[in-house]
Design a protein. Structure first.
Ligand SMILES: NC(=O)c1ccc[n+]([C@@H]2O[C@H](COP(=O)([O-])OP(=O)(O)OC[C@H]3O[C@@H](n4cnc5c(N)ncnc54)[C@H](OP(=O)(O)O)[C@@H]3O)[C@@H](O)[C@H]2O)c1
Length: 309
């Protein structure tokens, strides 16, 4: 049997991972990387035949899973996943796709479907896994965020919105489950050479010759950027998945970081730049607009317990 050459590490118990979207890209690279650390995986895909590449591996169970399925189906899938190896220690909400196009031209159902997969898919599957992790008082949940969840571009609104939404929801979830013993991270992923911008995966409306003429240039620019980016992204998915496994099981991470893990973790040097630029731009904005913003307070404002720092 083909398997990772590594035996389960003596230093820690083998973990069980549940990963969505293992047919291609990050998911496809992640499963062998997890197995190579001696862990076990329930690898899932919309079409289980897309997981044939795993059939000679040990310690992996294959499961059909579309993250947009109704709750009762997700519950059945999670039950099957738990039974496969007796539990789930790490959930990776990886499944997702990119819908491109301008706000005015995208059909409501297209945008809705983007959210069904990228946002509600992760939200709903996580909700179904949570009772299991809560009963154990332990678990790790990783979400695939994006630099698009930090920085919006014209004709990228639907995808960006789904990732911005994930940022907000995951930030709250992390605070709800921390005391239970469940660790949550959103990985702010830069541009990586997966299949995400492949012609077969392209969804949306970027044809500059169709639709509203005022948006033609914006759509062309986005289509051109996709064309030159695909295959030339700076990030190597085979390296990213190693970092993802590191985060899942806290290996190869400096002690000072392990004791103080952040919610958001950038993956890719471009992710560091995008996050840094956003923070710096926001600080500059606040310096310039603080007086304007503060002019709306009551003169006799009193300190109330705040949700916010
Ligand atoms: N690559 C990047 O540059 C980048 C950057 C930022 C964030 N990300 C995020 O990384 C994650 C993985 O993307 P990728 O880059 O690896 O792209 P990919 O190669 O296109 O893989 C996407 C995976 O998601 C699956 N998927 C889509 N809809 C699904 C559904 N309804 N149910 C279950 N699985 C579904 C796809 O399955 P099918 O084969 O059935 O379509 C495929 O396995 C996504 O969340 C993406 O937003 C990627």
């Amino acid at each position: 049997m083909q398997n990772s050459n590594h035996k389960p590490q003596d230093a820690r118990q083998s973990k069980v991972w549940l990963v969505t979207g293992c047919s291609s890209g990050f998911g496809r690279s992640l499963v062998p990387a997890i197995l190579a650390r001696g862990d076990r995986v329930v690898a899932t895909a919309r079409r289980v035949s897309d997981l044939d590449y795993l059939q000679h591996f040990e310690n992996v169970k294959l499961l059909q899973l579309d993250v947009t399925s109704p709750d009762h189906v997700l519950s059945e899938k999670v039950e099957a996943a738990i039974s496969a190896f007796g539990g789930i220690d790490v959930l990776v909400n990886n499944a997702g796709y990119v819908l491109s196009g301008v706000w005015e031209e995208l059909r409501p159902e297209d945008t809705k479907w983007q959210f069904e997969t990228n946002f509600f898919g992760a939200l709903n599957l996580t909700r179904v896994v949570l009772p299991h992790m809560r009963s154990k008082g332990a678990g790790v949940i990783l979400f695939m965020g994006s630099i698009s969840g930090w920085h919006g571009v014209a004709a990228g609104g639907a995808y960006s919105a789904s990732k911005f939404a994930l940022e907000g929801a995951v930030e709250c979830l992390a605070k709800e489950v921390k005391a239970i013993g469940i660790r949550v991270h959103i990985l702010v992923i830069g541009q990586f050479r997966t299949n995400i911008l492949d012609a077969k995966n392209k969804k949306g409306k970027l044809d500059a010759d169709e639709g509203i003429v005022e948006y033609a240039a914006i759509k062309k620019q986005m289509a051109d950027i996709h064309a030159v980016t695909q295959g030339a992204q700076p990030g190597d998915p085979s390296l990213a998945v190693e970092r993802i496994v590191d985060l899942g099981v806290l290996e190869n991470i400096a002690h000072e970081h392990v004791d103080n893990l952040p919610l958001r973790i950038p993956i890719g040097s471009d992710a560091v730049s995008v996050m840094r630029n956003k923070c710096q731009d926001t600080l500059t904005l606040l310096d310039k607009w603080a007086d304007f913003a503060s002019s709306t307070d009551y003169p006799d404002k009193i300190a109330v317990p705040g949700y916010y720092r």
